[in-house]
Design a protein around this ligand. Structure first.
Ligand code: HEM
Ligand SMILES: [Cu+2]
Length: 844
């Protein structure tokens, strides 16, 4: 090991590593449950996702066993419904999304040259929410209470009347629980990519993988909220009979479809983009040539992110929507093939310019090209409305979907597994089992799903548990099923290969593929702190320029090469040019995420079993636990600049105006704003097209009171801003104004709740139900506004706030601003409804 830079630091490399390890390592024994480290949590996500993949695969085998022959008595219709619903649900929510979250969590900090993600405790919370939510679903499956109305949960099939019992509630609550983890991950990844890069890693030098994850995380922030809202509304309908989706009482089942597909279509890209990011990362390395058209790829990925939100209606061509809308969404769907095509051509170009060798990851990439392009072509076919009318809800769609999902996600992930395994384990495969596994999977896959296109064209519907002999479907289905089992053998062989490598693989050299990205500059397997000192970056492929960078950093030649105060430190940089700005001190291992997830889990279970007294109390416990997170992220005295190494002095993150948590709040509010926008969309949608409007009687709320509430939330936001004014001079904010904020929010919350009780029979008509939802939204935000204001007052009194340490107030202010704006809009809509109702009457 070279010692070139070690002379400049006082510590010997060994002492440096021991010191860092003491600070960063996760405790042993039960202490493992307190882990927050991204390497540990990322690995756990990946392993858990593999387990769920095996469960989903098992369910797929049951489906194929049932459909192998006509008139099969293997499973009956009731169980079959649960099996295919759970297969789709598990694969989409419990395998694909967590898998890419795990991969991103594990690799991103290392690729960016950071020591961890921005909010380690949030990653841990997300992991536990995922495991608990997933377990609820699996336990339900084992006990026969699994959801059975299809993974789309279409109303009215999933409404109380047609799905009595708790099966649908399991889906709605369990999935919403898992979504918490996805939203957390989205915020975590966005802020980490934007703020935790190595000095010099400007946006233009960022690894492509980070670009893909940035776009994906952004899509999650605006793509998941419609589903979260939809699930809440449907659960409210099922639990309290609020008729959002009931056409007899002014609701509309189509509202569910819109909310679902507003999420569901982008979801497909949320799954595909990270996999594409993997391809853009490993393909150039495997063929030994830099990627063609870096900036084109960034543009294409961003374009896909935006376009994919304009396509959701192509899942609804047969529900009876206006022709013009069909034409628009058909064209938009075809258009999205353009950015996808750009990427494919750039990948193929890169491959042709390089020297591809048929290694195992390369085989999987070739498999990806074949399968995914076929899936894309059938996708364009489906985007053509008359064709879609023909094959809608047949096996053709199932075949298309699997070509896209398996081709676009599984194949790249398998390539990634072989490519990065040396990073996880420090070892390389010994035998060439991987090639055999690939061919079994590839041949088995095509035998299963290529055939299914035909079965579909011959008219076999999806989601039917059995079929008659004599339609010509029998032989095709048998081949499909045999293909499925061949593929399963391939996956089993893959699993065996992976397990063997952990123990029996050859020891791998440090950077076995000669890649240029920074994750290969850590030791393998990586230590808890990833880098002993942090690099600076001058190009897109730092390791190509400086192959010895890894050793240099290990010897302490980079930034922050000094363990001190027990701090887990990493650098925070400016968003665009990546100039160092501050030092983030990240939280140490703690059981709080586990406890918080458990409290949320109990809340979910209490809703599931209709124990509403507990459901009223548990949110308070969750809130209290969340507040218990905060003391670790502050200090009671100003520190001033701290040495960051290489002659640089930087403030610690709680002494800057906009720390990482401020950015987290911005993105949280973006997601929250999308929930709100979806609610407004839902209200206007029902008003415009739902049957049985206007409601009987009128909506007679006191306009004066609505105006008062609106003024109160604005006053609260203004007072919170003004309270920070004196900070600059006296170092203390104005306490009376902070108390004023609290009072205004409390009054607003109280008045809104009182207004809720004035709404006439919310169960009578969807108008009243949506008004209740809007008012509840305002009340909830005002209540949390009280919490934020109270928290600010406590932080000031306890001495956490000074002119330098003012971030708590800034973050609270963001919340009050948001409450004011969303509150005003919601109240305006509520106040306008009495005037809108007659308009609808004259139009309809
Ligand atoms: C690994 C091999 C797989 C096999 C053999 C398989 C098989 C099947 C089959 C036969 C169905 C049709 C159920 C029916 O119509 O009754 C189905 C549905 C579905 N699969 Fe898979 N699947 C596999 C992997 C995946 C993966 C990786 C994903 C997603 C990442 C996925 C997502 C879905 C979804 C969402 C449905 C629901 C379709 C519907 O509701 O009609 N599958 N799968
Ligand atoms: Cu779509």
């Amino acid at each position: 090991m070279s010692e070139t830079r070690a002379a400049s630091t006082p510590l010997s490399p060994v002492a440096l590593h021991q010191g860092l390890d003491r600070i960063w390592s996760t405790p042993k024994g039960w202490g493992r449950l307190s882990a927050v480290n991204h390497t540990v949590i990322g690995r756990r996500f990946i392993i858990a996702a593999f387990i769920f993949f095996a469960i989903g695969g098992l369910l797929a085998m049951l489906i194929r066993a049932q459909l192998a022959t006509p008139h099969s008595g293997f499973v009956g219709p009731a169980l079959y419904n649960q099996i295919f619903t759970m297969h789709g649900t598990v694969m989409m929510f419990l395998f694909a999304i967590p898998m890419f979250e795990g991969v991103a969590m594990y690799f991103l900090p290392k690729m960016l040259g950071a020591r961890d993600l921005a909010f380690p405790r949030l990653s841990a919370l997300g992991f536990w929410c995922y495991v608990f939510g997933g377990s609820i679903l699996i336990v339900a499956l084992l006990t026969g209470y699994a959801p059975d109305s299809g993974w789309f949960m279409y109303t009215p099939l999933s409404s109380g009347k047609h799905s009595p019992g708790i099966n649908a509630d399991v889906w709605l609550l369990g999935i919403t629980f898992v979504e918490i983890s996805a939203m957390g991950a989205a915020i975590e990844l966005t802020v980490s990519i934007l703020k935790l890069r190595a000095p010099g890693m400007s946006l233009a030098r960022m690894p492509l993988f980070a670009w893909y994850i940035l776009v994906t995380a952004g899509m999650m922030l605006v793509g998941f909220p419609p589903l979260i809202l939809g699930s809440i509304l449907l659960e409210l309908e099922r639990a309290f009979d609020l008729p959002f989706f009931d056409p007899a009482r002014g609701g509309d089942p189509l509202l569910w479809q819109h909310l679902f597909w507003l999420f569901g279509h982008p979801e497909v890209y949320i799954i595909f983009l990270p996999a594409a990011g993997v391809i853009s990362t490993i393909l150039p390395v495997l063929v030994g040539r830099p990627i063609l058209g870096y900036s084109w790829i960034v543009v294409a990925v961003t374009a896909m992110g935006f376009l994919s939100f304009g396509l959701w209606v192509h899942h609804m061509f047969t529900v009876g929507i206006p022709h013009l809308a069909q034409g628009f969404f058909s064209a938009a769907s075809v258009l999205v093939a353009v950015p996808t095509g750009i990427q494919i051509f750039l990948w193929i170009g890169t491959m042709m310019a390089g020297r591809p060798k048929l290694t195992v990851p390369m085989l999987y990439l070739l498999g990806f090209f074949f399968v995914f392009v076929c899936g894309g072509l059938t996708g364009v076919m489906l985007a053509i409305v008359p064709f879609d009318w023909q094959v809608h809800d047949t096996q053709f769609v199932v075949a298309h979907m699997h070509y896209v999902l398996v081709g676009g996600f599984i194949f790249p992930m398998l390539a990634a597994a072989y490519y990065w395994l040396p990073h996880f384990t420090g070892r390389q495969p010994l035998y060439n089992v991987g090639t055999l596994a690939f061919w079994l999977i590839f041949i088995g896959f095509n035998a299963t799903f290529l055939i299914m296109h035909l079965t579909g064209l011959y008219g076999m519907p999806r989601r039917y548990y059995t079929y008659e002999a004599g339609y010509g479907w029998g032989a095709l289905n048998l081949v499909s099923s045999i293909g499925g089992f061949v593929m399963t053998m391939g996956f089993a062989l893959f699993a065996v290969d992976m397990l063997f490598q952990f123990r029996l693989g050859r020891i791998a050299p440090r950077n076995p593929w000669r890649a240029g990205t920074l994750e290969w500059a850590t030791a393998t397997p990586p230590p808890s702190y990833a880098f002993a000192s942090l690099p600076d970056v001058t190009s897109r492929d730092p390791l190509h320029e400086r192959p010895d960078l890894g050793q240099e950093l290990a010897a302490g030649g980079g930034y922050l090469a000094e363990p001190r105060n027990g701090w887990q430190e990493t650098l925070v940089v400016s968003m665009n040019s990546a100039t160092p700005q501050s030092i983030a001190i990240l939280p140490r291992p703690t059981f709080l995420p586990l406890a918080t997830a458990a409290a949320i889990g109990l809340f979910v279970l209490s809703l599931l079993f209709k124990l509403y007294w507990a459901a009223a109390f548990l949110p308070i416990a969750v809130l209290a636990l969340c507040l218990a997170w905060t003391p670790a992220s502050g200090a009671k005295a100003d520190l001033g600049p701290v040495p960051a190494g290489r002659g640089l002095g930087l403030p610690v993150h709680f002494e800057v105006e906009r720390p990482l948590s401020w950015w987290a709040m911005v993105f949280l509010l973006l997601a929250n704003g999308t929930i709100f926008a979806s609610l407004v969309f839902g209200t206007l949608f029902l008003w415009l097209v739902a049957p049985n409007w206007p409601p009987p009687g009128g909506l007679d709320l006191s306009q004066g009171r609505l105006l008062l509430i609106g003024s109160l939330v604005v006053v609260a936001a203004l007072a919170a801003r003004l309270a920070q004014r004196p900070l600059g001079q006296t170092g203390r904010p104005s306490l009376p104004l902070l108390v004023g904020t609290l009072a205004a929010e409390a009054l607003a919350a109280g008045l809104t709740l009182a207004t809720l009780f004035d709404v006439p029979t919310p169960t009578g008509h969807a108008t009243f139900a949506t008004v209740c939802a809007l008012l509840a939204y305002v009340a909830l935000h005002a209540v949390l506004g009280v919490v934020f204001a109270g928290f600010a007052i406590w932080r000031v009194m306890a001495g956490y706030v000074s002119a330098r340490r003012s971030a708590d107030l800034g973050i609270g202010s963001l919340w009050h601003d948001y409450t004011a704006v969303s509150g005003l809009l919601a109240l305006l809509l509520v106040a306008a409804l009495p005037f809108l109702l007659p308009l609808r009457g004259s139009v309809g």
